[in-house]
Design a protein. Structure first.
Length: 181
């Protein structure tokens, strides 16, 4: 950073300590000269900028979650099964309940990195990090979560046995695998 040029003859800096404009006739630049900035003022503005960025991120997460919720409600209404008649046949036997396993995303890592489940089990990816992440199949397979925002989650039910490696498209170094038996 260059020092402000000396004012030309007849042009002075206001002695009150306020900001002054000083033209540099040699380069055509105009310099703004102000007094010293305190460390307290710098810290204050740094905190304000950080909080504003944090709140903006939380607001965007809420907007995304709310729109996803509305979309899911519309999809559920569109695909709702018809209501059976009052003299309908008895219900079929109940299928066995599935188990829900959980992968937590925290500090740019999937935990656990390797998860073993059974066919029919449901796996939930819960984002406990500050940034969005994805759970995406490495070879174009079944996993394609899209962006999982901070504080949100996504789940997938595995219907076939096999090994399903995945990664985060935003952070390719983040990798994991689900082994279905």
């Amino acid at each position: 950073m260059r020092d402000a040029p000396s004012p030309a003859r007849g042009e002075g800096v206001r002695p009150s300590g306020g900001n002054s404009l000083i033209p540099d006739h040699r380069t055509g630049e105009i310099w703004i000269v102000s007094g010293p900035v305190s460390m307290r003022a710098l810290v204050f503005w740094a905190i304000i900028i950080f909080v504003a960025g944090f709140l903006h991120g939380r607001q965007m997460q809420f907007v995304s979650t709310a729109s996803d919720f509305g979309q899911n409600q519309q999809q559920m209404a569109a695909t709702a099964p018809p209501v059976p008649a009052t003299n309908a046949a008895p219900a079929s036997p109940i299928a066995p309940a599935t188990t829900r396993a959980r992968v937590t995303v925290r500090m740019l890592k999937f935990s656990p990195e390797k998860l073993e489940v059974k066919v029919g089990d449901d796996v939930e990816w819960a984002n406990a990090d500050l940034t969005p992440h994805t759970a995406t199949s490495q070879t174009g397979g079944a996993l394609n979560s899209g962006a999982i925002n901070a504080g949100a989650s996504w789940h997938h039910t595995f219907t076939q046995a096999g090994s399903f490696p995945y990664f985060c498209t935003f952070h390719p170094e983040m990798k994991g695998v689900v082994v279905v038996k």
